[in-house]
Design a protein around this ligand. Structure first.
Ligand code: NAD
Length: 386
């Protein structure tokens, strides 16, 4: 199943690590540690192989991919020997990257994105192209009446106003080009009624939001534990320190607010109440792609006895995120091939702020993911094929 993976933000840390990782796996230069779809519970014939994946994408910067990979190697995110061994393959992917369309109306830019996607699909004779947003986090979207209805949206896009945030313009173009869509970021993306309606019309599946790779991953394991033991969480405070492009973006208070909102959902929805405390994200340039999160949890047990839990997470963000990007591309492609449409709630396992998911608890999400993947391998879909 020849599958295109079109990365929005294709020259960023997560995208570059995903591309290098997939090329290394295909060449047999690395093992699949971190790729959930290579576990015995999920592996199987419905998923495109790593060799089936063809990469392309858009970015606003023009730094050559190999330079980005070398910079990540120098920072200890990627093994330098892999970047050297894969220089030719990276040059091949480089030819598939396009500048983010600029100028004109939003309708013009969307049409240019659609053309890039169609050309990519045709050039490589791809069965489908999954569009994955790994671009910089943007601020929460400003509401607009055209967000509610596809016809109003189409009309508004042709006007002079910037009706959609950039992530949603890419989502609109993806849907228009008939591509399933995955949002690995907290940005708005496809989460607008008009875009969901368009995706439904086209019979497309989509997944998001915001990859769950660090502090929130740990929270989604620990919060259900407190709930199941009937312990009362009084406060849960977290401080995240990170550098890199993502850290620099999150230094902007508006982008920071979007990320913090995405990280907070798990507690309220798992515990059934919102404990005191919040999550803070600070930019520390020298940390680069390596993130530190400190969390302090205070809780009460039998007869009100107070206790506390602290944890420290040191993660290499792109190394944690990239295998999940590959997993999501493979699973979403398989879901599309099986005729699934609408939000893929079964992929909640991968996200901080999952779409249409009944639970934030990692163990339950894992069970649902395993059942879903088993059905895909057995050749089944619960949805009406679109
Ligand atoms: N690394 C993780 O663990 C993790 C987890 C969850 C979510 N994310 C999200 O993934 C995204 C990428 O993270 P990163 O560390 O790779 O960031 P990064 O800053 O290294 O990469 C972002 C890329 O997006 C590009 N970009 C910006 N505006 C664009 C536009 N309009 N069109 C196309 N490209 C554009 C930038 O030029 C850059 O190359 C962020 O939104 C981040 O919050 C990352």
């Amino acid at each position: 199943m020849r599958t295109g993976v079109w990365l929005v933000g294709a020259r960023g840390s997560v995208a570059t690590t995903s591309i290098v990782g997939a090329l290394a796996l295909r060449a047999g230069l690395a093992g699949p540690t971190g790729c959930v779809t290579e576990l015995a519970e999920l592996r199987g014939p419905a998923l495109p192989s790593f060799a089936d994946l063809v990469f392309g994408g858009h970015d606003v910067v023009a730094t050559p991919l190999v330079k980005r990979a070398e910079a990540l190697a120098a920072a200890g995110v990627l093994p330098g020997r892999l970047v050297a061994a894969l220089a030719d393959e990276l040059a091949t992917v480089e030819r598939e990257l396009r500048p983010a369309p600029a100028g004109g109306s939003q309708a013009d830019r969307a049409a240019a994105i659609v053309r890039d996607l169609d050309d990519f699909r045709r050039r490589h004779e791809l069965d489908r192209v999954v569009v994955v947003n790994v671009s910089a986090t943007e601020p929460l979207a400003r509401p607009h009446p055209a967000h509610a209805d596809p016809a109003a949206l189409r009309a508004a896009l042709a006007g002079p106003e910037e009706v959609l945030p950039v992530s949603s313009l890419y989502a609109y173009a993806a849907v228009t080009a008939g591509c399933p869509y995955v949002d690995f970021t907290p940005s708005t993306g496809l989460r607008l009624p008009a875009l969901r309606a368009l995706a439904d019309e086209r019979g497309l599946p989509y997944a998001g939001h915001d990859g769950k790779t660090g502090e929130t991953l740990v929270k989604s394991v620990l919060a259900p534990m407190f709930a199941m033991r009937h312990l009362a969480v009084r406060s849960w405070s977290g401080v995240n320190l990170l550098g890199g492009g993502d850290g620099a973006t999150l230094a902007d208070p508006a982008a920071n607010a979007a990320k913090v909102e995405s990280k907070q959902r798990v507690l309220g929805e798992t515990l059934g109440y919102q404990p005191q405390g919040g999550t803070r994200i600070d930019y520390v340039e020298s940390l680069g792609d390596f993130k530190t999160a400190w969390d302090l949890v205070t809780f009460a047990g039998f007869l009100g006895t107070g206790m506390r839990l602290e944890f420290t997470w040191h993660g290499c963000d792109s190394a944690l995120a990239a295998p999940l990007v590959l997993d999501l591309a493979r699973l979403t492609a398989a879901a599309h091939a099986a005729g699934h449409r609408g939000p893929l709630a079964e992929l909640a396992f991968f996200f901080k702020d999952p779409l249409a998911a009944p639970t934030h608890a990692l163990a339950e999400q894992w069970t649902r993911l395993c059942e879903f993947t088993r059905r895909l391998h057995a050749g089944g879909s619960d949805d009406q094929p679109g």
